[in-house]
Design a protein. Sequence first.
Length: 399
Amino acid sequence: MFLSKQAVYVVAAKRTPFGAFCGTLKNHTATDLQETACRAALAAGNIDPAAVDSVTIGNVGQSSRDAIYIARHVGLRLGCRVEVPALTVNRLCGSGFQALVTGAHDLLAEDAELALTGGTENMTQFPHVVRGARLGLKFGETTELEDSLWTGVHDAHVNMPMAITAENLAVKYGITREQCDEFALASQRNWAAADESGGLADELASVGIRSRRGETSFTKDEHPRVDVTPAALAKLPPVFKKDGVVTAGNASGICDGAASVVIASESAVSRLSLTPLARVVGYFVAGCDPTIMGIGPVPAIRGALQRCGLELGSMDLVEVNEAFAAQTLAVAKELGINETRLNACGGAIAMGHPLAASGSRIIAHLVHQLRRKSLRYGLGSACIGGGQGIAVVLENTSV
């Protein structure tokens, strides 16, 4: 969709550092993480929570006890007005993007002027479940614990784990194990360079960590392996397919984290004296074959660009969520993406992929990078389990 009826502006965007699986953020619920990201975004934009008109939060795993209330609880914790509605959305790995899109719909429908959006996930807290126990277990009967994290990355409709869909793309597009490892190494090195130069500082918001020794601040992504070598990557065995290309080193990390993006109408920008950081030009969502779900960004990007009347060559920065190296390389090959513009500060292979948080993280990253580098257009996208893709086009308002 091309947002032509009225302008929708990003006026603030922040994310938490992403914690490694079973790492520093393991005891912070997805609600806690989203509250931290949203509070930081509102503070960065000098926005009173009472000015927020709608709250839309993406979350996939529903991993905490209060997860079914997540969007509502975030709004109330922040001090949004009691009458402000809240909605939790789940478009799997595209949920953060979808939260932004849904918030934009509220603005375009004039149901809101200022929308708080975001995405959050604590993958460490995905529970083990016992199915059927509600109906009772007979004397002496045993049952299996189901790991909801493992079953969540398996598409039962096509009886296929997400990694095999990436393997299918590797075969289809002639992508080698060596190419996947080279891409993974570049993701790590690009993140390291961005981190060292302070290039990620504008998007990050620290998380307070309480312990017996007092409170410390978690300020830096925990998953990256900046000292990884080509030899180390080459030694890792394929995980899902004999002689396959997907390894633990060239797939996205299982992580915990959250991100928040605040959007406003033109009238709200004027009325509340907000600073527009970027304009949401348009978006597109598309379906694809679930057995090659990772190619989803291709029809989504093509659709978004067509709707916006823009060309891929006009995009100064392109972010394709790195679910798997093979998947991202397939998307880049099909579209002919300029490698120097693709995931220039690293991606999910380095920093991790907390499902619903990734779309919001990419939006926040693009907004700040476009301004930092004085570039005009940014394009963010993600593949989606089950066979979908989503893409959002942004324009820097200061160039």
